[in-house]
Design a protein around this ligand. Structure first.
Ligand code: HEM
Length: 419
């Protein structure tokens, strides 16, 4: 029987589409590049949010309320099936309706239990302690190689293309088992999607090429399995996953793990350089690196408004009535600075006691790659600070361009110098 799974088009959900319908003060920064946008600040843990497309959503800025949204089954992650006010395509065509009646895609990030549970369990089984330990030494090697290449080239660099973007991209190559010979091609395509100057046509072409790349990768792993996540998934799943599901899973991992970690490395370095007292504390006691990583995740909360759900029933949240079918958006930067949860929440303090934050989400969709993300931040930032002891900005802080145009916050470039 012919395998049609490779030609079937998976339903896609665009989160960047949401950026276009958010009020400007919800995404644009005030004067400080590290504080939440002014529009997120304000009264009430839950409040209505009027989107530019005329739809109404609800914004959650309270820590406990956000935890409820992320752990209560009345808040659905299934934006493929539900009509979501933030979707660029709120009325789905009939063929899409038919395709999602029985979901056959691998976009588990947009699924609810029990559909989500099966794929999530298969994936969790691949994020083993052994694989993470092996990856940790590779992550350190990759970080060191890139820092040494920067040093060999002079005393100035743009940290984003030289370090922050390639590190997580290569780590995903390791995880998925992309051949060394194909990595430059893989990185070039992922970079187009992350470049704010790419045209929509260039982005669409890069997406199509990446999809074709992943199809070839999956086909290769089927015929030639190795010790990597994709090969493991192919052999662990009963009934087996289709090639289209495997491609979706690979793309989910790439999308979830690349831009996020890259921005935490770029913006995290910027935040450390702009808080010299904290940087001096870390340099004096490198054992504080784990605390530093957690405090950066809390303080910067780069996934600004990217975590959202749709209500499947009327709900009262934080004293506010929300109807069924409503989009509920988590304002992570505010949630992670809720004064009811942290004393002095706007202070960047790497000696802060380890109160859990929501930078990796919560509940069944809580970040699958958080252990890996922590390894990358620990190795990346730790090696940067120890190998470039004199690291500093090469331009005034106000000239560092931030990424207001993307849903995930960060810096577009970070000119640094050392001696
Ligand atoms: C510092 C970097 C990262 C941050 C801040 C981050 C943040 C998050 C958040 C907030 C969620 C929850 C989304 C939701 O509930 O709707 C999530 C989910 C996810 N993350 Fe991460 N992430 C990071 C790095 C990574 C890495 C390195 C990977 C893997 C290579 C990864 C893979 C995933 C996956 C697969 C999900 C979906 C899990 C599910 O739906 O069950 N993430 N991440």
């Amino acid at each position: 029987m012919a395998d049609h799974s490779l030609t079937r088009k998976s339903p896609s959900v665009s989160t960047t589409g949401m950026r276009r319908i958010l009020p400007v003060d919800m995404v644009e920064r005030g004067r400080c590049p590290f504080d939440p946008p002014p529009g997120l600040r304000g009264e009430g843990a839950v409040r209505p949010l009027d989107l530019l497309n005329g739809a109404r959503a609800w914004l959650v800025t309270g820590f406990e309320e956000a935890r409820t949204v992320l752990s209560d089954a009345r808040f659905s992650a299934d934006k493929v099936r539900h009509r979501d006010a933030t979707s660029p395509q709120p009325h789905k065509p009939a063929e899409m309706e038919a395709a999602v009646a029985e979901r056959e895609d691998g976009l588990f990030v947009f699924m609810d239990p029990p559909e989500h549970t099966r794929l999530r369990r298969l994936l969790t089984g691949q994020f083993t302690v052994r694989r993470m330990r092996e990856l940790e030494s590779r992550v350190t090697e990759i970080a060191v190689e890139h820092i040494e290449a920067m040093r060999a080239a002079g005393t100035e660099a743009d940290l984003v293309p030289a370090f922050a973007l390639p590190l997580p991209s290569l780590v995903i190559c390791e995880l998925l088992g992309v051949d060394h010979a194909d990595r430059a091609q893989f990185q070039a395509r992922t970079a187009v999607g992350l470049n704010a100057n790419s045209t929509p046509e260039e982005q669409a072409a890069a997406r199509a090429e990446l999809y074709a790349f992943m199809r070839r990768l999956v086909a290769g792993k089927r015929s030639n399995p190795a010790d990597d996540l994709l090969s493991g998934l192919i052999h662990a799943a009963h009934p087996p996953l289709t090639d289209a599901q495997l491609v979706d899973v690979a793309l989910v991992l790439l999308n979830a793990g690349h831009e996020t970690t890259a921005n935490m490395l770029g913006l995290g370095t910027f935040a450390l350089l702009e808080h010299p007292d904290q940087l001096a504390t870390l340099r004096a006691d490198p054992g504080l690196i784990d605390n530093t990583v957690e405090e950066l995740l809390r303080f910067l909360s780069i996934i600004q408004l990217g975590v959202s759900r749709v209500t499947t029933a009327p709900v009262t949240l934080g004293g506010v009535d929300i109807p069924a079918g409503a989009t509920v958006v988590i304002a992570t930067p505010e949630v992670n600075r809720d004064p009811r949860h942290w004393p002095d929440p706007d202070a960047f303090d790497l000696r802060r006691s380890r109160t859990p934050h929501l930078a990796f989400g919560h509940g069944v969709h809580q970040c699958l790659g958080q252990q890996l993300a922590r390894i990358e931040m620990r190795a990346g930032l730790g090696e940067l600070m120890s190998r470039l002891p004199n690291l500093r900005l090469a331009v005034p802080a106000e000239q560092v361009p931030v990424r207001d145009e993307m849903l995930i916050f960060g810096v577009r470039s970070l000119p640094v110098t050392w001696s």
